[in-house]
Structure formats: C-alpha cells, structure tokens
Design a protein around this ligand. Structure first.
Ligand code: 5GP
Ligand code: ZN
Length: 113
C-alpha cells in the first residue's frame, strides 16, 4: 500500500534488521526497543490492523503465530515473552499495517493497560 511504512520495509525501500523472512511473513527488530528483545512480526501483504482479520486472511495470521513461536525460540526467550498488537487509536496504534510485537528478555510488568 502506497505510503505505508511497513510495506516499504517489506519492499526493501526502508532498511530493517531482519530476523526471519519467508514468502508471506517478515520479522524485524523494532527501531525503538522497549525490552532487550523487541521484534515486530508482520504479514508481507497490507492488512491495516487486527480489525482487518477475516476468514480470507486468518490462515496467514495463524502462520504469523507459528512464526512468532519460532522466532521467540530462536531468540532464546525461554523465560517467556509477551505478544502485543495495538489496534486503533485507543490502543495507540501508530503504524497502520498489522504487526505483532514480541517483547522479552526481562520480566515484564503485569499491567495490561
Ligand atoms: P504500534 O505503536 O503501531 O503498535 O507499533 C509501531 C512500532 O513500530 C513501534 O514500536 C515503533 O518503534 C516501530 N517502528 C516505527 N518506525 C519504524 C521503523 O522505521 N523501523 C522499525 N524497525 N520499527 C519502526
Ligand atoms: Zn502496509
């Protein structure tokens, strides 16, 4: 999608530190890490947010979660990690291309809000 930051990362127009890639999914390090490990996992196709998940693309989302588990294992997050997806303004979503944050490498606060 024109003008989408993460579509530009997928296209290689903006550099990123990739940790995993296949034909459908890309995982790369967050530019402003909130934890020792902070990775974003995204579909290569443009889906605006969790609100855009439908029966048409949910198999892709299931695949993303398999990748999340694989990346977390590869990063050595044996003590656990958190998976977050901000959806819409109340959640503070800033990039409107579906992405799942993997946060780990330290004990995370329990506060969900
Ligand atoms: P959101 O706030 O939408 O849930 O998360 C967007 C995330 O994208 C933020 O954690 C932010 O640091 C990250 N981010 C924004 N721009 C870039 C960029 O150009 N490269 C990378 N690697 N991460 C980015
Ligand atoms: Zn996009």
């Amino acid at each position: 999608m024109d003008g989408c930051l993460f579509c530009k990362i997928v296209a290689g127009q903006i550099p990123s530190t990739k940790v995993y890639e296949d034909e459908r999914v890309l995982a790369f390090r967050d530019i402003a890490p909130q934890a020792p490990t902070h990775i974003l996992v995204i579909p290569k196709t443009h889906i605006p947010s969790v609100a855009g998940i439908t029966g048409e693309n949910s198999e892709l989302v299931a695949h993303i979660f398999e990748v999340i588990a694989q990346v977390a294992e590869a990063e050595g997050l044996v003590n656990g990690y958190r998976v977050v997806s901000n959806c819409g303004p109340d959640a503070g979503q800033t990039v409107h291309h579906l992405h799942f944050h993997i946060l780990g490498g330290r004990e995370l606060t329990v506060n969900m809000a």
